[in-house]
Design a protein around this ligand. Structure first.
Ligand SMILES: Cc1cc2nc3c(=O)[nH]c(=O)nc-3n(C[C@H](O)[C@H](O)[C@H](O)COP(=O)(O)OP(=O)(O)OC[C@H]3O[C@@H](n4cnc5c(N)ncnc54)[C@H](O)[C@@H]3O)c2cc1C
Length: 117
């Protein structure tokens, strides 16, 4: 998973900055790999994926983020017990990313409004 940070609204467009996430499976297999090697590996995989030589980065940072994603991917949207008036939403209901959090919040709001009408 790749994100080009400078394409996000309000970011400094002077530097080209990228966030590269390894897959959960790859990370599980390489939990104890030194940071420098992880950077080297992801840098190579990135170049391969976009199909061109990537210049040496001016700055790199690797972070082993053990609990970044839900262990199991759910497609719950949002959870609700309308009789109790309980609604639960968040990234853990969908993708584990900000888009999932947004969609899950919308789904909870939709369920709430439906019940109130
Ligand atoms: C460093 C970092 C970088 C990220 N980068 C990206 C990215 O580039 N792209 C992307 O899509 N996603 C990214 N994410 C993931 C994204 O931030 C999350 O998926 C998203 O913020 C989840 O939103 P949420 O509303 O479900 O939960 P949260 O944003 O965690 O909101 C939960 C809120 O509930 C509050 N809370 C918790 N317990 C209580 C309580 N008992 N009482 C009251 N309030 C409580 C918390 O303070 C928090 O404000 C990143 C996350 C981190 C940490």
């Amino acid at each position: 998973w790749l994100a080009r940070n400078r394409s996000k609204p309000g970011r400094d467009s002077g530097l080209d900055t990228w966030v590269l996430h390894a897959t959960s499976a790859w990370t599980r297999q390489h939990l104890d790999m030194p940071k420098e090697q992880v950077i080297e590996h992801l840098h190579g995989a990135f170049a391969e994926m976009i199909g061109c030589a990537v210049p040496a980065p001016a700055f790199t940072l690797a972070h082993r983020w053990l609990y970044a994603k839900p262990a199991v991917a759910h497609q719950w949207g949002a959870l609700a017990d309308v009789d109790l008036g309980l609604y639960a939403c968040g990234d853990w209901c969908l993708s584990g990313r900000v888009e999932g959090a947004w969609l899950s919040g919308q789904e909870a709001a939709r369920k709430l409004l439906e019940h109130r009408l």
